[in-house]
Design a protein. Structure first.
Length: 625
C-alpha cells in the first residue's frame, strides 16, 4: 500500500510499468518473509525509478543480502502466483492486522501489525477496503497489480536505507529496500548500464576529484562553497550570458539578500511559500520586548506571520526587489521595456533528505531578470527570452530538450489574480512557443502562483530529464504592487512583467554540466585550459616563457614543474580533464615549437607557439564544443 492513499481514478491511471513495479514490491516482500519471517511491512509504492518497501525486522539488510533476496524473488516469479484482490470489511481488516497476517504471512499468527492498524484507521469511513494476496503473502492494498508473478522476473535490488514511518521520527526507524523492474531483460540491462554511466558522471564525485566545490557540515548542508576552479566555470558562464544580455539592452542591478516581510506579503511569496522559506527574522527590539514579557516562540512566530511584529526574511525570490527598482522612478511608455538583470542569490528551505550536491540546495544564485513592458511588447520580449534560452542550450550542446507550457488549474485556489489576466498571459506564452517551432506539452496546475510559464526540460547524454531554463508572463505582481507607467494617451497604465532565467540556478546548472561533460568541459569553459609539460629541468625556462605568453593572452594555463617522467605528467593532466597539454623537450626548444596533445585525442603534432595560440583563441572565442 502506498504511503499516500490514491483515489480510484488515480489508481486506474497507473501505467503498465507502475503496475508491474507495484507488483514487484509485493514479490520482494514475499521473498523477505520467506527468509526472515519476523518482518512486518508498512507500505511499498511504485516510484519513478522503481519501487520500495518500508518494513521492520531484527536483521539489518545490507547489499550482501541482495543476491539471496533476488534469488528468492526469481523462485516466486517461476511459481507464477496469482495476484488476487479481495474486498474486506473494516472489522475483518482489523482482525487480520491484529493477527499479524496483513503485511505478513497469511497463515501465520503473529504480533499485531501497528502499521496496518494505523493505515486502516486512516481510511475514510465508507471507503472500500481491499487486500491483495500472492502465494502466502497478503497485504492491505488498493492495487492495481499484474495478473501473475511470472511477469515480475526482470528485477534488480538497488539500495537499502533507513526511513521513518510516515516520515515521523517519533514513530521509530524502519528499513527501506529499493528495487527496479522492467517489462523485459533488455530494458532492465539498458537501465543498469545508464545507472553505471550516471555513477561515472556523478557531479558530487567529480566535483570532489576536480576540486570544483565543497559542502561543509559546519557551513551547512545545501550551501555550496565554490572552490577556485569551480568559480572559474561559474565566472565563464556569467560572462557568456552577460555578453548576450548587453546585446539585448539589459541593465544589471544588485539587491540585498534580505527584505521586509511586508514586501513578501504584498508579492504573495510569504503566504504562498511559507513551507519552503527560512523562518522570518525578528527585529532586535521585538525580541527584547518579547523576552521581557516571557513570550513563547509560538507567540513570536504567530506575530510575525500575522503582521503584529515587523521582521525580515532571507529572500526566496528576486522579483519583489526588482519591482521596487522599477517603481523607484516615474516611467513613460517610451522608457519601456525596462530589462533588469541580476545574478541574485536566494534561499529556500529544503528537507535534509531532499538535498543533493549542487542540484538540490538551500542557497543558490539565479541568472535572474525581470522585464517590464507594455502589453503590445509582450510577444516580442517573450520571443527574445526564448531565443536566449535556445542559444544557451545550443552553445552547451544541450539540444535535446522538450518544452513544457505550465498553466493554472482553474479549479485550484492556489493562484492569485484575475482570470482574464491569466488568459492573456497563457495565450501570450502559447503563441510564443508556437512561433518557437518546437514540440511542447501543456500541463495544468504547474504554473507559478502568479503566472504561467514555459519550462525547457533538457535530456542529458544518458537520457535523464532536467528542468532548466524558464520564462514566465505575469500580469498579477504589477497589479499587487500598483506599478504604472504613463501611456501615449497621457494616462496611467499597468505594465506586464516577464520573469526569465535561462540557466535557472548557477549551482544546479553547473552540477548538470559536470555530469553532461563528465568533467571534460569544452575549452572555453574549462577552469584550466592548457598545461605546459617540460620534459626535464633543461627545458623548464622555455616552458615558463611559453606559459607566460599564454597567460598574457588570457589563457588559463599552468606549468607542471614536478620531476615526474613525461608519461606521468600527461596521465595526471588527463585525469584532471585538462583540454590541452604542451610538451616541451630539447627538440621543441630548438625548433621554437610545442608538441600538442589533447585529453581525448592522440598527439596532434608540433606547432609554433603563435600558431597554437591563434587556434586556441579562435576555439575559445567561438565556444566550440
Amino acid at each position: 500500500m502506498s504511503a499516500e492513499r490514491k483515489t480510484l481514478d488515480e489508481r486506474q491511471q497507473m501505467t503498465d510499468l507502475e503496475r508491474l513495479r507495484h507488483s514487484c514490491a509485493h514479490v520482494m516482500a514475499t521473498a523477505i518473509l520467506r527468509i526472515w519471517p519476523d518482518a512486518q511491512f508498512a507500505y511499498g509504492p511504485p516510484i519513478d525509478s522503481g519501487f520500495y518497501y518500508d518494513f521492520e525486522m531484527k536483521h539489518r539488510i545490507t547489499p550482501d543480502d541482495f543476491e539471496k533476496i533476488e534469488a528468492e524473488m526469481k523462485k516466486i516469479a517461476k511459481e507464477n502466483q496469482k495476484f488476487e484482490r479481495r474486498v474486506i470489511s473494516r472489522e475483518e481488516a482489523k482482525a487480520m492486522a491484529e493477527s499479524g497476517r496483513l503485511g505478513g504471512l497469511s497463515e501465520r499468527p503473529g504480533n499485531p501489525s501497528r502499521f496496518k492498524l494505523d493505515l486502516i484507521d486512516k481510511i475514510p469511513e465508507g471507503e472500500e477496503i481491499s487486500c491483495f494476496q500472492n502465494g502466502e503473502f497478503i497485504d492491505l492494498c488498493a492495487g492495481p497489480h499484474v495478473g501473475y508473478t511470472a511477469k515480475c522476473k526482470n528485477v534488480k535490488l538497488m539500495s537499502v536505507s533507513s526511513s521513518f514511518y510516515m516520515g515521523d521520527e517519533s514513530k521509530g526507524s524502519l528499513q527501506r529496500l529499493y528495487g527496479t523492474a522492467f517489462e523485459n531483460k533488455e530494458l532492465l540491462e539498458q537501465h543498469l548500464v545508464r545507472l553505471e554511466e550516471a555513477k561515472k558522471r556523478d557531479h558530487r564525485r567529480l566535483g570532489r576529484e576536480l576540486h570544483l566545490f565543497h559542502i561543509d557540515e559546519e557551513v551547512g548542508q545545501g550551501l555550496i562553497l565554490w572552490k577556485p576552479k569551480g568559480a572559474l566555470i561559474r565566472r565563464s558562464l556569467q560572462d557568456f550570458i552577460t555578453a548576450e544580455l548587453d546585446k539585448q539592452g539589459y541593465s544589471q542591478v544588485f539587491t540585498p539578500h534580505i527584505g521586509k516581510l511586508d514586501l513578501y506579503r504584498t508579492s504573495g511569496h510569504f503566504p504562498y511559500y511559507q513551507e519552503s522559506q527560512y523562518p522570518a527574522i525578528a527585529e532586535r527590539d521585538v525580541l527584547e520586548k518579547l523576552a521581557d514579557e516571557d513570550a513563547t516562540c509560538s507567540q513570536l512566530i504567530n506575530g510575525l506571520s500575522d503582521g503584529t511584529y515587523e521582521g525580515y526574511m532571507l529572500k526566496p525570490m528576486n522579483c519583489p526587489h526588482h519591482i521596487k527598482i522599477f517603481a523607484s522612478e516615474h516611467r513613460s511608455y517610451r522608457d519601456l521595456p525596462v530589462r533588469l538583470a541580476e545574478f541574485g542569490t536566494v534561499y529556500r528551505w529544503e528537507q535534509s533528505g531532499e538535498l543533493g550536491g549542487m542540484t538540490r540546495v538551500r542557497g543558490f544564485t539565479q541568472d535572474d531578470a525581470h522585464l517590464f513592458c507594455t502589453p503590445d511588447q509582450v510577444a516580442e520580449e517573450v520571443t527574445k527570452c526564448l531565443d536566449l534560452v535556445k542559444k544557451v542550450l545550443g552553445t552547451l550542446g544541450m539540444g535535446d530538450y522538450r518544452v513544457r507550457l505550465s498553466l493554472r488549474d482553474p479549479d485550484s485556489d492556489k493562484y492569485v489574480g484575475k482570470a482574464e489576466n491569466w488568459d492573456k498571459a497563457e495565450n501570450a506564452l502559447r503563441s510564443a512557443v508556437q512561433v518557437l517551432g518546437v514540440e511542447y506539452t501543456e500541463e495544468l496546475g504547474e504554473a507559478a502562483f502568479y503566472g504561467p510559464k514555459i519550462d525547457f526540460v533538457v535530456k542529458d547524454v544518458i537520457g535523464r530529464d532536467w528542468q532548466l531554463g524558464t520564462v514566465q508572463v505575469d500580469y498579477n505582481l504589477p497589479e499587487r504592487f500598483k506599478l504604472s507607467y504613463i501611456g501615449a494617451d497621457n494616462t496611467q497604465h499597468t505594465p506586464v512583467m516577464i520573469h526569465r532565467a535561462p540557466f535557472g540556478s548557477l549551482e544546479r546548472f553547473t552540477g548538470l554540466l559536470i555530469e553532461h561533460f563528465e568533467g571534460k568541459f569544452p575549452t572555453w569553459l574549462a577552469p584550466e585550459q592548457v598545461r605546459v609539460l617540460p620534459i626535464s629541468e633543461k627545458t623548464l625556462e622555455t616552458a615558463e616563457a611559453v606559459t607566460a605568453k599564454l597567460a598574457d593572452a588570457g589563457i588559463r594555463v599552468s606549468i607542471d614543474r614536478d620531476s615526474d617522467k613525461i608519461g606521468a605528467k600527461i596521465r595526471n593532466a588527463r585525469l584532471e580533464r585538462i583540454p590541452y597539454m604542451l610538451v616541451i623537450g630539447q627538440r621543441e626548444e630548438e625548433e621554437g615549437t610545442v608538441s600538442v596533445r589533447h585529453r581525448d585525442k592522440d598527439d596532434l603534432g608540433s606547432k609554433p607557439v603563435d600558431e597554437f595560440l591563434a587556434e586556441l583563441k579562435a576555439e575559445i572565442a567561438e565556444r566550440r564544443l
